[in-house]
Design a protein around this ligand. Sequence first.
Ligand SMILES: [Zn+2]
Length: 60
Amino acid sequence: MTEPKCPECQVTGIEHIVSKDSEEATETKDPWFNVAYCDKCGYIYGVFAKVVHRATSSVW
Ligand SMILES: [Zn+2]
């Protein structure tokens, strides 16, 4: 597996990629998305939508 590398500050290693839940949240307090970013320079690798399939009912 290749180490991810930050295009901004050239730091390598997945340990430098941190993710954070969005501040915005739904009425049920679920974050809408989370953000993966470099902990060195703050470069944002990507924003990932949170797809929460919560088991609200079990109708099997
Ligand atoms: Zn960086």
